[in-house]
Design a protein around this ligand. Structure first.
Ligand code: HEM
Length: 386
């Protein structure tokens, strides 16, 4: 069962996390908080919920003043790092927190399917109201659409091991359909108010960030400051799973993409990481399809690749709509009015974010173009593979 509540003992965390936008806007997020033990947290789901709540509080605390806060107080740092170690996740808000764990059913007893947006709500958010809620829920629906494709992966591996072409073709169709449905899930939510702007401020890294060149001091945990990357959908394990399945390697001409993407794996839940590693060390689907010389299988494989190219092309459009355009608008506003306030103070952080300001477009297009090159051609199929 998905956890949306912690034992009463943790009410101080849950209360602060639930009122975070209000506290940040009023600059009321302060150091004072009781140092709570982590020993009353039971099981993986409660640990994940606690990691989510402390992640939101930490990001709010650090960025409410535009990055002037470089020490995370002991009462936050100690339990946060203990929980992070138990989960094998870094002590920063990750995608697996703010998207995968950050939801509840509006009507828990109702009959509406959980995947319907109308029945979903988020647990925690940053200032920016419905806009960052939109980002979390859109991403969650895209993840839900990927589930059928991920479930087809073990079927594919088994089919390769047993030379079962028929099951393989059906499972590849399931993967292609699921990737198409990820795109549709993102598209169907296009009218939802969604700006990643506030998320890009409050989800910012303290790694390679000029505002916090040393990183963040986790008081009472480590003697020296630590650097970690902020939450990004690049930490989703869905597309890396499909990349590995289809033998798409983002290393070729793009050392930069490869390094960033492989670094993002450290921000995924341990089980997701392990799944991707196991898949990478298993039999090669690509080699198997080539070796069979079966045109039907090749077409099914290529439909998966095309669906992934379409998804990445659409993703480029949404990144433009939700990041490039709002960030440009905000910078222009800033120049005109010299605005203050925490969100605007954080604008400069944007240019240093993730893959680096406008550089992310080049990165996203490069990744999409490498995906396109993974199409199997008839000539390739006739070249002996060993
Ligand atoms: C409003 C929605 C979204 C926006 C604005 C957005 C924006 C971006 C940006 C700017 C990057 C560059 C890397 C970075 O800065 O960290 C990125 C990378 C990435 N995003 Fe998104 N993203 C969105 C939704 C999603 C969703 C829902 C998924 C998948 C479930 C996703 C998957 C990825 C992946 C896998 C990468 C790495 C590049 C790749 O493999 O194509 N994104 N995204």
């Amino acid at each position: 069962k998905h956890s949306t509540e912690l034992p009463d003992y943790y009410a101080p965390w849950m209360k602060v996390a639930a009122t975070l936008p209000h506290l940040i806007e009023g600059h009321q997020l302060r150091r004072e908080m009781p140092l709570l033990s982590t020993r009353y947290l039971q099981g993986h789901r409660q640990l994940r919920l606690a990691h989510l709540a402390l992640g939101f509080i930490t990001m709010g605390y650090v960025w409410q003043g535009g990055g002037r806060q470089t020490i995370l107080p002991r009462a936050l740092a100690v339990p946060y790092c203990t929980i992070s170690e138990l989960l094998d996740l870094p002590p920063i808000l990750v995608y697996a927190d703010c998207v995968l764990a950050n939801w509840k059913k509006r009507d828990p007893r109702g009959n509406k399917p959980v995947h319907s947006a109308g029945n979903l709500d988020i647990l925690f958010s940053f200032p920016g109201g419905d806009s960052n809620k939109g980002f979390f829920l859109v991403s969650l629906l895209v993840e839900a659409a990927a589930a059928a494709g991920i479930k087809a992966i073990p079927v594919i591996v088994n089919a390769i091991l047993h030379h079962d072409r028929c099951s393989l073709e059906t499972a590849l169709q399931d993967v292609a359909l699921s990737i198409c449905q990820m795109r549709e899930a993102a598209h169907s939510e296009r009218d939802r108010p969604c700006s990643c702007f506030s998320l890009h401020v409050f989800g910012t890294s303290w790694k390679d960030n000029f505002l916090m060149p040393e990183g963040l001091v986790y008081e009472g945990v480590w003697d020296s400051p630590k650097q970690f990357s902020g939450g990004s959908a690049a930490q989703s394990s869905t597309l890396p799973c499909f990349d590995v399945l289809l033998g798409i390697q983002h290393s070729a001409a793009q050392g930069f993409s490869a390094e960033y993407l492989s670094c993002m794996r450290d921000y995924m839940p341990a089980a997701h990481r392990a799944f991707i590693q196991t898949l990478a060390s298993g039999p090669s689907l690509r080699q198997f399809v080539l070796a069979t010389g079966d045109a039907g299988l090749r077409a099914a494989f290529n439909r998966c690749v095309s669906a992934l190219v379409d998804l990445r092309s659409y993703h480029i459009q949404i990144a433009t709509k939700y990041i490039t355009i709002p960030a440009g608008r905000c910078r222009a506003e800033q120049q005109q009015h010299q605005l203050g306030g925490c969100v605007h103070e954080g604008t400069s952080v944007l240019s240093e974010r993730g893959t680096g300001g406008t550089g992310f477009m080049r990165f996203l297009k490069g990744v999409r173009d490498t995906t396109r090159k993974a199409q199997l051609t008839e000539q390739e199929a006739t070249v002996p593979t060993h």
